[in-house]
Structure formats: C-alpha cells, structure tokens
Write a protein that binds this ligand. Structure first.
Ligand code: PHE
Length: 372
C-alpha cells in the first residue's frame, strides 16, 4: 500500500538516548489509511478534494505521500513554535534523534511547499503525538493541511484590511466544507492560539452530547510568508483532523476502529460513499483493572499510557486516573483504571491477567515508580 517503506532502524534507534519511538508506532508507518479509497479516512479525503476541486477550479495542489519523518526545523522552527513550547518535549513528540521527529502536524510542510513556489495546497498524512488513551485519542492520526496565499488585488478590491479579508475567506471556505460534508450540523468557532497564525480559531462540532474539536486554523503569521519572499501577501491555513471528522460523519464510536482489518468494519464502507452510518457489531465485554503506585518526579501520564499500549496494543480502550493523593511525607500516589476490551472477540480472564501483570512489571522497570 502506498509507495513508502520505512525500515525499523530508520526510526527505532536503541542506541540513541533521545529516541522514544516504540515498535508499536513503527508498525503504523507507511500504512497510509488516507490513500485507501474504501476506508473511511480515504473516502473523507476524497470528499474534501471534491469540495476544493469544484469550488476553486482545481487550483489546490495535493500532496499525500510526503514522509512523516521530518526535521525539528520543519516541524517546529519553520512554523515559529517557540523554543520552550511543550509540543517540543519528549513527552509530547516522538523523536527519532535530537534533530528528527515524526511530524506532529501537517503544518511541518508549509514552509518547504511555499519555498517550492506553491501558493494553494492541501497536504494529507499521518501525524504522531504521544498522548493519553481514550475513544477519541490515538497516537497516530491523519490530518489535512490547507494553505491559501492571496496577493494584494484580492483584498484591495474588497476594501477590507488584508487580515480581516483572509479570516473571513477562511471561515467561509471551512463553513462551506462543513456543509458539503455534513449538510446541516451544529458547529461553533472558538478563538484560540497557534504560534503560526494570528488570529487563530478552532471549529467544533456537536457530537454525542459534546463539542468535539475538529480543526485548527487562522491567518498565517507574516514572518512565515516573509521566509519565502511573500511579504506583500496574506494567507490562511487550516489543519483538520480526519479521524475526528470521520467519527462524526460515519458514526464511528472508537478511534481504534480505523486501524482494524476486521471485515465487519472494513466491509461497511464503499468508495465515494460519504456518511454511511457504521453499524457497530456487538460490543464485547470490557475488563477493568486498577493499578496504584507511588510516582517519581519524572512520571508522566503519556509515558504510562505508552507502556500500557506497548503491551496491550489495541486491546486497551481507555486509561483513566481515578485517584491521586499525597501523603505526609510528600509522596504522591496515582491509581489508574485500565479498560481492556477487544473489538473483535471476548478476552479471557487469563489473558487480561497476563497483560496486567506485564504492565505491572514494565511500569516498575521503566518508569521508576513504586507499586502499591
Ligand atoms: N497544526 C495545527 C494542529 O495540529 C492546526 C493548524 C494548522 C492551525 C494550520 C492553524 C493553521 O493543531
């Protein structure tokens, strides 16, 4: 599938102290769900392409096989992410080595494409983030970046200031996209912050009694345009989360399902058919296991979740902090509830006990915590 093969030793480096890419992540590289026309992610990508092709006369260039292995310059510096921003930490991002990461957003490609002379483009790809575990978070997901440069004649004619012109055009474009994909849906704009845009917005969609963030966007910082000699222009950019949108569109209840090759999942989707509602196959029973330990200073929830996922893979549905307290000596205890559930079969007690005991061993060995 796709044209990319990435060797294990290109991303998992046991000899490099900065490397924090586990085998479970390596196994996702090159899967290219977004290039499968019968997969919900591919179907959604194609529907978004249709919207841009018909409304912008095919002026947006499309990229969908840029390597997810990028430099820290591409991922952070080129899009003005400050040196001390949390997203640069080993806790949030997968580092191949100190200079190389698995992109955490498709914005990593903005600068190089501008420098190449591109002015309107869409970039689709897999992105990687260390994160907690629940039904809407998975350490690999797919984004589509949109970027659109305007020259002075565009906004001069409107009589508006360039930033306002771009912001209005951006919102109009994305509201049109939402209508194209959903017909009617409840949505709202929320002001936010990104290092690379000002002003910046998020679009949220009402889903399962809650507001779900589906995209970030804004008017591109002038410094980014200047880096490519576009100081007299203005631009907008957006980055949308394909899984989140697809969950709403196809009624997919759990983000792990996108990675399933169970026929009861894959056979429900057809090329070009957007928004067919997914019929959940019977849910197998969950199994809950609690684990308590005294944490050390270096403990982070993301590290814990990665250990759990390294052992249980997609058999883990959720990891929840259910209790935390600090004793008189200043030691802090955490109790986590791990929800094990397979989407394909019933798990046996024996199997779950075995997973949990491996989790206990490994947490102790790798995370410097004291089990209680
Ligand atoms: N890169 C941002 C994210 O991943 C999304 C974004 C893209 C925001 C482009 C603004 C402009 O959250």
């Amino acid at each position: 599938i796709g044209g990319v093969t990435i060797a294990r030793n290109e991303v998992v480096r046991d000899d490099d102290p900065t490397n924090n890419v586990p085998d479970s992540i390596f196994s996702k590289l090159g899967m290219q769900l977004h290039r499968r026309d019968k997969h919900p992610i591919g179907i959604l990508k194609n529907a978004i392409y249709d919207y841009f092709d018909s409304n912008y006369d095919k002026q947006f260039d499309k990229f969908e096989d840029l390597s997810p292995i990028v430099t820290t310059k591409q991922n952070f510096d080129d899009v003005l992410v400050p040196a001390d921003h949390v997203s640069r930490s080993l806790n949030d991002t997968y580092y191949v080595d100190s200079q190389t990461v698995l992109r955490c957003h498709t914005s990593a490609h903005q600068a190089e494409l501008l420098r190449e002379g591109r002015r309107r483009f869409l970039v689709t790809g897999d992105v990687y983030r260390r994160d907690s575990i629940d039904s809407t978070h998975y350490p690999v997901f797919h984004q589509m970046e949109g970027f659109c440069v305007f020259s002075p004649e565009h906004w001069k004619e409107s009589g508006k200031d360039s930033t306002l012109y771009a912001a209005e055009d951006l919102k109009k474009c994305l509201e049109g996209l939402a209508r194209h994909l959903f017909g009617g849906v409840e949505m709202r704009w929320v002001d936010t912050y990104f290092p690379f845009t000002e002003p910046s917005f998020e679009l949220e969609i009402y889903f399962k009694e809650d507001w779900l963030e589906v995209l970030g966007c804004g008017v591109t910082e002038q410094r980014i345009l200047k880096q490519s000699g576009l100081e007299n222009n203005v631009a907008w950019a957006f980055g949308l989360g394909l899984e989140r949108l697809a969950m709403v569109l196809f009624d997919i209840p759990d983000i792990r399902l996108f990675w399933s090759d169970d026929e009861r999942f894959t056979s429900q989707f057809k090329e070009g058919e957007l928004g067919v509602k997914f019929k959940p196959f019977s849910k197998y029973p969950p199994c809950y296991k609690d684990i308590s330990f005294w944490i050390s200073e270096s403990f982070t929830e993301n590290n814990f979740c990665e250990v759990v996922r390294g052992i249980a893979g997609d058999l883990v549905e959720e990891v929840k902090l259910i209790d935390s307290f600090t004793n008189k000596k200043g030691m802090t205890s955490h109790c986590y509830r791990i929800v094990f559930r397979s989407m394909e079969r019933s798990l046996t007690d024996e199997e779950v006990n075995d997973l949990q005991s491996k989790v206990r061993d490994e947490v102790q060995r790798k995370l410097n915590v004291e089990l209680r």
